[in-house]
Design a protein around this ligand. Structure first.
Ligand code: DCP
Ligand code: MG
Length: 408
């Protein structure tokens, strides 16, 4: 999409909704684009296939062809990831291992080997660096690459993606899937499109057709709760999402409403950020036996506070908000937070706040399977920030609602 087309698209989006604001911003953008030529970006999202379990199969070929998951095989264990054989039985990440055994009695459970996954991840990143240093890692097995100005001077991002996939296979023996597009969200959705060992490109001129057929839950920032909310509004697809006005979306979803509004129109100007600003440091634990008394919970919080103090120091992290997470035996969870004027870094302070937060929790006579404490709300954010690559000026991008599943 050239600058002019991008600006036109933006005008189209804003037109009729917030006419004055829309035209003002669009005019500014046109002027900006005229002053500073903007290249259409080329973004690749690479995601390793069934990552942990594929590494395990590589290291122990006798696992090949069997249904395998990585996780702790205990009453409280959950699936980190399942290979494609196990997925046929309905087994997926975050499923309790006990349930996975019920779905597939022949299931093989392998303990995780994180150092091996990190080693493979490093090899994969070395390959990325042959093409670009603009790499944004999302996890050990996933990253965005901005290859607009790549080290090889290659014109076609899809050729780079193909080469990267081949090299990953040669060097590590594993397969990866890649998505190619002009923005992050489309590249990410595309990488998932033809998994495993997939390669999918979304061209700018085909973006709206592609978006039309997406389920809303495939969009970045749409977690389970948001998807249910959209379904209640009768919105299941990208096309239906585009039928909602900006006002409808911001009324229902706050700041994220504008993000969804833009995504539905193929607009996502988030840059590939080479280094993340750490937003929080925390630790949590799932207990073998549910905790029932406050005394036990305080004893466990004491252990967590110890651990958190160490992690905060090791990461030189300074934040002013403490968040307590409590997951009940029925898997419902609640979070409570408190913000201080000073940095929360010492165990004593953490414990005082954690106790106060625990008092706020309504247990409804339920026992507790998980406790977690996190320090967030970082200070001196600018000092913790690494190099950031920006192509155009754009308002700060809101973060999605916390709607994540974490394996503990
Ligand atoms: N992971 C985890 N807990 C989760 C999800 C993932 O521990 N709830 C770990 C194990 C995965 C790795 O992160 O191997 C990468 O996550 P992905 O979501 O990319 O899943 P996979 O790579 O396993 O599978 P896919 O082929 O769908 O990418
Ligand atoms: Mg993966």
């Amino acid at each position: 999409m050239c600058n002019f087309t991008a600006a036109k698209l933006y005008i189209l989006c804003m037109d009729g909704l917030e006419p004055f604001y829309g035209w003002t911003v669009a005019m500014k953008w046109c002027l900006c684009a005229w002053k500073k030529p903007m290249k259409q970006r080329k973004i690749i999202h690479v995601d390793m296939d069934a990552f942990y379990v594929s590494v395990e199969e590589l290291d122990d070929p006798s696992l090949k062809g069997k249904p395998v998951v990585v996780g702790h095989d205990g009453p409280r264990g959950v699936v980190s990831t399942a290979n494609y054989v196990a997925r046929k039985y309905g087994i997926h990440s975050a499923l309790p291992i006990a349930m996975a055994h019920r779905l597939c009695p022949k299931l093989v459970v392998v303990e995780p080997h994180f150092n091996r996954y990190k080693e493979v991840s490093r090899q994969v990143h070395e390959i990325f660096h042959e093409y670009t240093d603009l790499i944004e890692p999302l996890s050990l097995d996933e990253a965005y690459l901005d290859v607009t100005d790549n080290k090889r001077g290659m014109d076609m991002a899809v050729d780079i993606a193909r080469e990267i996939k081949q090299k990953i296979r040669q060097v590590t023996g594993l397969t990866a899937s890649a998505g190619v597009s002009y923005c992050k969200f489309l590249a990410k959705v595309a990488s998932d499109f033809r998994k495993p060992d997939g390669l999918c490109t979304v061209h700018p001129e085909r973006a709206l057709d592609f978006i039309d057929n997406l389920k809303v839950e495939q969009l970045w920032g749409v977690g389970e709760k948001t998807a249910q909310h959209m379904h209640k509004m009768g919105v299941f697809t990208g096309k239906q999402l585009r039928g909602l006005t900006l006002q409808q979306l911001t009324t229902q979803f706050g700041k994220m409403g504008r993000v969804f509004y833009n995504f539905a129109r193929g607009i996502d100007n988030r840059p590939v950020v080479t280094e993340w600003v750490r937003k929080s440091v925390g630790c949590e634990r799932t207990y073998l036996k549910d905790l029932t008394s406050q005394e036990d919970m305080l004893a466990e919080l004491d252990i967590l506070a110890d651990e958190l103090e160490g992690r905060l120091a090791r990461n030189s992290f300074k934040g002013r908000t403490l968040v307590l997470k409590v997951k009940f035996s029925d898997f419902q969870q609640t979070t409570h937070s408190i913000t201080e004027n000073i940095v929360i870094e010492h165990k004593d302070k953490i414990m005082t706040l954690a106790k106060a937060l625990l008092d706020e929790v309504d247990f409804q006579q339920k026992s507790v399977r998980l406790l977690g404490i996190t320090v967030t709300n970082p200070v001196e954010e600018e000092m913790q920030r690494g190099p950031v690559q920006l192509y155009i000026e754009w308002p700060p991008f809101p973060q999605p609602d916390e709607d994540t599943t974490q394996v503990t």
